[in-house]
Ligand binder design. Sequence first.
Ligand SMILES: [Zn+2]
Length: 165
Amino acid sequence: MTPLSLFYPVSPHTVTRGWGVEDELYAEFGFKKHNGVDLALSVGQEIRAPFDCTVTLVGNHPKGSGLFVCVLSNAQYDFPDGARTRVELSFMHLSGTPVRKGMRLGVGAVLAYGGSTGKSTGPHVHIAPKRVKKGLLGYRDYDRNDANNTFDPTAYWNGAYATLS
Ligand SMILES: [Zn+2]
């Protein structure tokens, strides 16, 4: 059994909006609930890998997520509901990133710098966690819900900050 364990990617760990909050502003993106957690930070602040992962996408949606980085866990994790999946994390509203697609990152590696790009009212990082399983055409969402198939990461933070070992 390998439970998911996430290190805090920014210090201090201050949640400014939790997962699952209903808000009409998500309707334009096709879902009802906040599909992640928002953490406070300052522009340029380092955001560090919360688990061992591989960068799967670096992109920019100026009207939505802004500059974003997606990473996929190297390990599969066992969840309380019996699921065994990998986890994809998308980090949004970034000001910059030192990573490129395909890079492997250990816990604590800098994956991005905080910002307020895209649809954002102030500096923060939005982290959207998804459970994903490998299918015929690559990884697909394991969950189906009105929070864009994400899950609440709150129970999986391990209480320590991500630092290079
Ligand atoms: Zn958010």
